[in-house]
Design a protein around this ligand. Structure first.
Ligand SMILES: Nc1ncnc2c1ncn2[C@@H]1O[C@H](COP(=O)(O)OP(=O)(O)OP(=O)(O)O)[C@@H](O)[C@H]1O
Length: 629
């Protein structure tokens, strides 16, 4: 149970007694176990063999620092209520934690093996792609609009789809060619050689460990990024008359993997998708929570069960052109993935006139951005550790399952009053690791955008998410964004002013990056430590050597050297006092659900599509009217 203290955040730390804290002492391993506690998903019971091995390794002689942790606990140093006691192996060096810390974990960057050359793509690429997720019980109404012409689809200038459109130029596809339907179209057939060849992509049905005892996605995210590169909208008329091979079945046959976590459903016609999909009328609308690029989010009550949920309405602003591919990606990923740090999508429901689609999600009381704007003080270090651990676990899970989120920012991090953090908004996320065309660099909201993206690279990796995590960690500590640029150049300038201007020595290859010559004032020094000093009398957020080391490793210019989620999870900052607060002891806050979170937004990061978004908002929503319209 979270410590309930509506409106009393600032008093919480004072009220919690040491004894209460010690009653709740748990070691770091317990922390990891605990995160599964509220779950009733069978997937959470499963523990990856990788985790078992590493746990065994730890038990088998890895030195543990619990003693030193305890002695420090007794002295009361930096201990906070609800802080977890040290139990994990700690190599903490009292004298020079950051500098003496060994490289944390083996480097495991999954870099997208982009194949630039078409021939090479076909001959060399080896992509045992995972099977598609099971078809949802009904999903797309038959009365949806006609397919768009290719030219319509390819005009990427109105929504975030534009971003994807830059990387996706293949002719219009039908939803029946998606992983939720059975018949591949021409473009899909092109994929066959790629699917049959091998690569370092996850094996069919393989469930990547997340290091946290979670199973991978029930059915790993499909390879839409390979097969859907052509457009952002899918026709959903269900009219495709292809053969009966489902993507999943076909893929399974090709690879012969018997280990798919779930039996692949038999091929289904897209018309079957209509069956069993509940109507949004089965929910009572309570209030609008927020509106993002891709949809309005409502708080609602399931009339049958009384459960409070969040309903995200998929914007169908281009309904003439079919179903937005980005939404399809988001729904697919969220339906497939199950992890305590990823927001859970329970089902998809349809609007009354069958042209609006809603994702039914678990309801989360806050997003971190809106929440921090209401807080008087920043999160404490032990709270930041608790949040960062959950965030890193979510990022590791995604990266282990070959998904880049590509839009990690505080407004996409949800927090409930049980201290649980969950990543949402997978509209920009995509599977990687398959031979792809170069990705667009127009991803990630400006303030959280990695320097390699700002400098124009199109071949990027999980490191872009890790940079965003660095920005988020700094923001959680300081309660304000670290780099709040107004334009791309201003953003680079702001980064250079704090971290110094990169050069060939610290970032080999920097000089050759497309936009490396952008004129910014040369900044020779790294001033990050000034922003996060070890001690402070001026109210600046303090950070220990180890904490600073982690922040530095997240905000490393060279993406090749930037720390991975896996390594960051093992960082000693999480093992030194103050230890991460237990989720049970995370503060609770007044629910912000009675308000529209948009009106509370004070500062908002500009992003490349801001103008487009505004235009969309002005144009109003399309789709059904009615309660949720
Ligand atoms: N499950 C949820 N529970 C509560 N609030 C949520 C939930 N999902 C989203 N929200 C709120 O709605 C906002 C927008 O959601 P989301 O980011 O998924 O939409 P989007 O259209 O993709 O937004 P963006 O403009 O960031 O791309 C979030 O910042 C959050 O405040």
């Amino acid at each position: 149970m979270a410590a309930g203290r509506y409106g009393a955040y600032n008093g919480f730390r004072d009220r919690d007694s040491e004894s209460e804290a010690s009653e709740k002492k748990e070691n770091l391993n317990n922390y990891k176990d605990n995160k599964d506690r509220p779950s009733n998903r069978e997937s959470r019971v499963r523990v990856s063999s990788r985790k078992e091995q590493s746990a065994a390794a730890e038990t088998n002689g890895a030195p543990r620092s619990s003693d030193s942790g305890r002695s420090r606990d007794r002295s009361g140093t930096d201990r906070e209520p609800g802080e977890l006691s040290s139990g994990a192996s700690g190599e903490s060096d009292e004298t020079g934690v950051a500098r003496s810390s060994p490289p944390v974990g083996a480097k495991k960057r999954k870099f997208s093996p982009i194949v630039w050359d078409q021939e090479e793509k076909q001959s060399k690429a080896v992509v045992p792609l995972p099977p598609p997720p099971p078809l949802p019980e009904g999903f797309v109404p038959s009365s949806l609009p006609e397919p768009a012409s290719v030219s319509e689809v390819g005009s990427p200038d109105e929504t975030r789809d534009a971003v994807v459109a830059e990387e996706d130029f293949i002719s219009t596809r039908h939803i029946s060619a998606s992983r939720w339907a059975d018949a591949p179209d021409e473009g899909e057939e092109d994929l066959e050689p790629r699917r049959r060849s091998g690569s370092s992509s996850p094996e069919l049905g393989e469930v990547s460990g997340d290091g946290s005892g979670q199973s991978g996605p029930k059915s790993p995210v499909s390879h839409d990024d390979v097969e859907e590169e052509g457009q952002d909208f899918m026709d959903v008329d269900g009219g495709s008359e292809g053969d009966d091979r489902s993507v999943g079945t076909d893929s399974e046959a090709a690879h012969g993997s018997p280990e798919s976590p779930e039996p692949i459903k038999p091929p289904q016609r897209s018309i079957d998708m209509l069956k069993g999909c509940r109507s949004v009328d089965e929910f009572e609308r309570l209030n609008r929570i927020n509106e993002g690029t891709y949809g309005v989010v409502y708080r609602a009550r399931d009339k049958k069960t009384g459960e409070i949920v969040a309903l995200k309405k998929v914007k169908m602003e281009k309904e003439r052109e079919g179903f937005p591919l980005t939404s399809l990606r988001e729904i697919n990923i969220l339906l497939s993935f199950h992890h305590p740090s990823i927001v859970d999508v329970k089902e998809v429901v349809v609007g009354s006139s069958l042209d609006s689609i809603f994702m039914v999600m678990e309801y989360m009381e806050h997003d971190l951005k809106a929440l921090m704007e209401t807080m008087k003080q920043p999160f404490s270090q032990s709270e930041v550790k608790c949040l960062m651990l959950q965030l890193l676990e979510g990022a590791k899970y995604l990266h282990d399952n070959w998904v880049l989120h590509r839009d990690l920012k505080t407004s996409n991090l949800l927090l409930n009053n049980r201290g649980e953090l969950k990543i949402c908004d997978f509209g920009l996320s995509r599977q990687y690791g398959s031979p792809l065309k170069p990705y667009t660099h127009l991803v990630v909201t400006l303030w959280y955008r990695a320097p390699e993206l700002l400098l124009g690279v199109k071949e990027y990796s999980t490191a872009i998410d890790m940079w965003s995590l660095g920005c988020i960690m700094a923001e959680l500590l300081a309660k304000e964004p670290l780099f709040s640029g107004k334009t791309e150049i201003d953003q680079l300038d702001k980064i250079y002013r704090i971290l110094g201007t990169p050069n060939e020595r610290i970032w080999p290859g920097f000089a050759k990056l497309p936009k490396a010559r952008i004129q910014t004032v040369k900044q020779p020094y790294n001033k990050l430590r000034e922003k996060f000093p070890p001690t402070s009398f001026s109210g600046r957020p303090t950070l220990s050597e180890a904490g600073f080391d982690l922040l530095n490793k997240l905000l490393t210019f060279d993406p090749e050297k930037r720390i991975t989620a896996d390594a960051a999870l093992k960082h000693e900052w999480f093992r030194e006092v103050p230890l991460p607060k237990s989720k049970d002891f995370m503060p609770t806050f007044p629910a912000q659900n009675a308000q529209d979170r948009r009106v509370r937004r004070v500062m908002k990061s500009p992003d490349p599509l801001e103008e487009l978004r505004k235009k969309e908002l002005q144009q109003g929503e399309l789709g059904t009217g009615g309660l949720f319209g």
